[in-house]
Design a protein around this ligand. Structure first.
Ligand SMILES: Cc1cc2nc3c(=O)[nH]c(=O)nc-3n(C[C@H](O)[C@H](O)[C@H](O)COP(=O)(O)OP(=O)(O)OC[C@H]3O[C@@H](n4cnc5c(N)ncnc54)[C@H](O)[C@@H]3O)c2cc1C
Length: 469
């Protein structure tokens, strides 16, 4: 019987174990899988905490249904019926700018009537089809792309908040091709974003007229989807679907090295695990530490991927204490506004059961690549700053009835300029280490869908290696 060791029990490691078992069974291959997780619970960044009738998400609050990966995984787990789609109201997203919350325009008409972007800014944006093409051979930053195609105002008020909403990142350092490959593709294939939108809308209309089923995502990128008891249900079900001796909690891998009887040996605090196949689904900085002795070159590349930290603050209020209608998803705040928070999600508007009857739950994010110092602030100061921002943005004067502060050190990998080259160099080095695979959110996407897609690829590669193909 062949042996596989997976390191890391977040969504990436758990999904890898799930796919690996399935693919091995389909290939009639006997495989013993051991998944090592250093914490005493599976899930990694995914954790749903119930307290005082509130349901607080520690990290992600769902996945988007516009990509199939997580939905397909839910089907395979038989838990599709348990999914909870965000409310219709969550389509409405806002940007805080110039002292007001502006609804993010979703159509050409709402774009022209919106006061978010000034008239000169709108004119500049409408000239997007005539913008110069991408510079050749350059890994362009998101900021350079924004200035080139959409203008400085759109960069500050639209692109930068979007980058902080997804990556907690700084657009001046992040790579367009690595963070949003689809946008780079649209520019290349259609000559511009507006042209791409028009052509794709035309294509959809034609497909509809031909009777094809065409998705119409509500809100940018689809509908946010979770579970009644929070997104942790996903990783709980995944862990429960694996054999009882597969997931080993509270056992941290310490080093990966060559084995004596099998190709690899994983040292842990509790002993050794010999393996034919090792898949590292821990963050790249942790993977670097594990591989330091075995392959310094791989470790050096992994260590170059920077991370941004984040602090998540949940505030619960009696409904009457908040005058704002909370009709929407929440808002992001451009850096120039000079506030502390990156944005606030109206969690109990997105999923109605996140607060007790007659109460609301708001979730604010602080820190990220532009404000690393926030991780060091004491809770009291963090709470004071969030309260001050909520007074400015939404006019909330009352102190919250419920408070939780969650800190994520090295929360989200930053796909900075050069990330694509780093991945190519990593692949080259891994190619001479057959049976050693890395996966997770450090490489090709941080969303849950991306992690599940990467897990599927890692499992496929692992099974092919074991089958000698
Ligand atoms: C605040 C926040 C909000 C987010 N919101 C969303 C969202 O709404 N939607 C979305 O799609 N994505 C969101 N994301 C991104 C998404 O949550 C992550 O990209 C994803 O959960 C990462 O999963 P992972 O398994 O790759 O890594 P992790 O969840 O970090 O799991 C890695 C695991 O490896 C373990 N590990 C580390 N070292 C070792 C070792 N030596 N031995 C054994 N185990 C080890 C860790 O303990 C951890 O459990 C958010 C992220 C954050 C931080």
């Amino acid at each position: 019987m062949k042996k596989a060791v997976i390191i890391g029990g977040g969504i990436s490691g758990l999904a890898t174990a799930f796919f690996l078992r399935k693919k091995a069974e389909e290939a009639n291959k006997n495989l013993r899988i051991t998944l090592l997780e250093k914490e005493d619970r599976p899930g990694g960044k995914i954790r749903s905490i119930k307290a005082d009738g509130y349901l607080c998400e520690w990290g992600p609050n769902g996945f988007l249904d516009s990509k199939p990966q997580t939905l397909d995984l839910c089907d395979a787990l038989g838990i599709r019926d348990l999914l909870l789609r965000s409310s219709d109201t969550a389509r409405k997203r806002f940007i805080f700018s110039g002292g007001t919350l502006h609804r993010l325009p979703e159509s050409a008409r709402s774009f022209f009537t919106s006061r978010l972007i000034s008239w000169p800014g709108k004119l500049r944006l409408s000239l997007e089809p005539f913008a110069p093409g991408p510079p050749r051979g350059v890994d362009e930053t998101l900021a350079a792309f924004g200035r080139r195609r959409l203008g400085k105002e759109a960069l500050r008020k639209l692109i930068a908040p979007m980058v902080s909403g997804i990556f907690a990142g700084d657009p001046e350092t992040m790579s367009l091709k690595s963070c949003f490959p689809r946008i780079a593709e649209l520019e290349r294939d259609y000559g511009g974003l507006i042209l791409a939108m028009l052509r794709l809308a035309k294509k959809k209309r034609r497909e509809r007229a031909e009777g094809k089923v065409v998705s119409s995502p509500s809100g940018p990128g689809g509908v946010l989807t979770s579970f009644r008891n929070g997104i942790q249900e996903l990783t709980d079900f995944l862990a429960a679907s694996l054999d009882s001796d597969t997931v080993v909690l509270g056992e941290a891998a310490v080093a990966i090295c060559s084995g004596k009887t099998l190709p690899y040996r994983v040292h842990t605090e509790a002993g050794d695990h010999d393996a034919d196949l090792v898949i590292v689904a821990a963050p790249s900085f942790a993977a670097a530490g594990l591989l330091e002795e075995y392959d310094r070159g791989i470790a050096d590349i992994l260590r170059e991927i920077p991370y941004a930290s984040m602090t998540v603050v949940c505030f619960g209020y009696e409904r009457d204490a908040v005058e704002h209608d909370l009709d929407g998803f929440g808002y992001l705040i451009p850096r120039e506004e000079g506030l502390h928070t990156l944005g606030t999600l109206w969690d109990s508007s997105i999923f109605h059961n996140r607060a007790p009857e007659g109460h609301v739950l708001l979730r604010s994010m602080l820190g990220g690549a532009c404000f690393p110092e926030y991780l060091e602030l004491p809770d009291k100061e963090i709470v004071r700053r969030v309260q001050s921002d909520l007074a400015t943005t939404m006019g909330i004067k009352e102190p919250p009835a419920f408070v939780r502060v969650f800190r994520h050190e090295r929360a989200i990998p930053q796909y900075t300029v050069g990330h694509g080259d780093r991945l190519r160099a990593l692949e080259e080095r891994l190619a001479v280490r057959p049976g050693l695979i890395v996966t997770g959110n450090s490489y090709r996407g941080v969303g849950l869908n991306d992690c599940v897609a990467a897990a599927d690829r890692a499992a496929e590669q692992g099974v092919r290696y074991l089958l000698g193909r």
